[in-house]
Design a protein around this ligand. Structure first.
Ligand SMILES: [Zn+2]
Length: 220
């Protein structure tokens, strides 16, 4: 079944290996993170170098993508808004969404929970978070993109997917979407997002910003 996200994905994945594609998406996100901090509208030489450095580091096992500890702290600290649409709501009115849907094997761990408004929760339902955003012509907050990719890494490590080919993993029942990983390979997406952030609004207006304030270094 074709969906909107297909329009943004290259015909051929960049790499044959599942892990390489995942590392590349994550390294793109890190380069983007720095470009946001720099107030850039496009990736420049510095950002390409960061992407290459991290990709190589993950691939060679020199670096490791960290767990969701910091993300979980931030979720607890910032509990007066929906993390999907960013509407403000008291904590008592927020609901717990499973980023990896329960019906697809997503767990009840804090790693898999995001506090959102009722409307977003029922609208997303059992859909993939990234595909759900793209289907509505939106992009998740960049903080959530890192969260999602970290979850994929964690799941892939626990289920021994890291050494498999992308095709093999793609044929499996998964709580995440391969398309969502490949979506983040598209530089146009990132540069479009940079433009929104750095021309149409102040980055600091976007919540949640807790990690941005406390952690100016590139998240790993
Ligand atoms: Zn919402």
């Amino acid at each position: 079944m074709s969906s909107k996200i297909d329009d943004y994905i290259a015909n051929r994945p960049r790499y044959d290996g599942f892990a390489d594609n995942l590392f590349w998406a994550y390294a793109c996100w890190q380069a983007f993170w720095v470009a946001v901090q720099d107030g850039e509208l496009k990736f420049g030489r510095k950002h390409f170098m960061i992407r290459a450095k991290f990709f190589k580091g993950y691939r060679e096992g020199k670096y490791h993508i960290t767990d969701l500890y910091r993300n979980n702290i931030a979720k607890m600290q910032c509990n007066n808004m929906c993390w999907y649409c960013q509407c403000e709501l008291p904590a008592s009115e927020l609901t717990a969404d499973h980023v990896f849907p329960r019906v697809k094997g997503g767990s009840n761990d804090m790693d898999n929970i995001i506090f959102v408004c009722k409307h977003c929760n029922s609208s997303k339902g059992a859909k993939d978070m990234v595909e759900w955003f793209v289907e509505r012509d939106q992009i998740p907050h960049y903080w959530l993109i890192g969260h999602y990719l970290k979850q994929v890494v964690q799941y892939a490590e626990e289920n021994k997917l890291m050494n498999k080919d992308l095709d093999e993993v793609g044929a499996m029942e998964l709580p995440f979407s391969i398309k969502s990983i490949l979506f983040f390979h598209n530089r146009n997406i990132w540069e479009y997002y940079l433009k929104i952030l750095n021309t149409e609004g102040d980055v600091n207006d976007l919540k949640p910003d807790i990690l941005m304030q406390n952690n100016q270094v590139i998240p790993q």
